[in-house]
Ligand binder design. Structure first.
Ligand SMILES: [Zn+2]
Length: 204
């Protein structure tokens, strides 16, 4: 069970420690790709982004960053930002604060970034308190649902059509999301580019 759009109340209550969206009156959307890099998908995503002059932020898993340093370089050379997504996709709700922090530090050896996104969005208060001095903790305002095997590519497209200026939108650089990303991402970028939107990386 997940919500495509983050409830306004939740984002307001936690907005001092967590970034849920970017306040802007400009037509800007902040794309993010979680879980990569992957041999299967990263280069395809980069090529689609290039077609629409779109920039994005890739929240990478440390283990993948370690295994695919060339892909990490390609992401950054193409002008995108990288962020930390833990070393091996750790669930904060099932980890002690110490283990969680150590895991993120381990990932940081392969991902030089002050941006961090908690895997599954699951992070507790004590972990936030520990991390927020060193990291900007980035959540989201819109989920594509590309990871959800129960929805069709069309439903995933309908989800992202709800994008608004300043939204932080989540896709996945993950084999489980491959089919939907390859089908939906180009349609999505085309639609919003034609409406005058710019796709931006997070520069915080
Ligand atoms: Zn993830």
């Amino acid at each position: 069970m997940y919500l495509v759009k983050t409830p306004i109340l939740l984002s307001k209550m936690t907005s001092r420690s967590l970034v849920w969206n970017i306040k802007t009156s400009e037509k800007k959307i902040f794309l993010t790709f979680d879980d990569g890099p992957t041999e299967e998908l990263t280069e395809n995503i980069l090529s689609i982004l290039k077609d629409y002059k779109a920039k994005a932020t890739f929240f990478c898993v440390g283990e993948n960053a370690k295994n695919y340093p060339l892909l990490m370089q390609k992401i950054q050379l193409a002008g995108h930002t990288i962020g930390n997504h833990s070393y091996n996709h750790l669930n904060g709700w099932k980890s002690t604060t110490n283990d969680y922090k150590e895991n993120i530090e381990k990932a940081s050896k392969h991902i030089a970034s002050i941006l961090f996104r908690p895997p599954y969005g699951r992070i507790n208060y004590s972990q936030i308190k520990q991390l927020k001095t060193e990291y900007k903790i980035i959540m989201w305002s819109l989920l594509s649902g590309d990871f959800d095997v129960k929805i069709s590519p069309q439903q995933c497209y309908d989800n992202v059509l709800q994008s608004r200026a300043g939204d932080i939108v989540v896709f996945h650089d993950n084999i489980k999301a491959q089919e939907k990303v390859l089908e939906v991402l180009p349609r999505y970028l085309k639609y919003f580019s034609e409406l005058g939107f710019e796709f931006c990386r997070l520069d915080l």
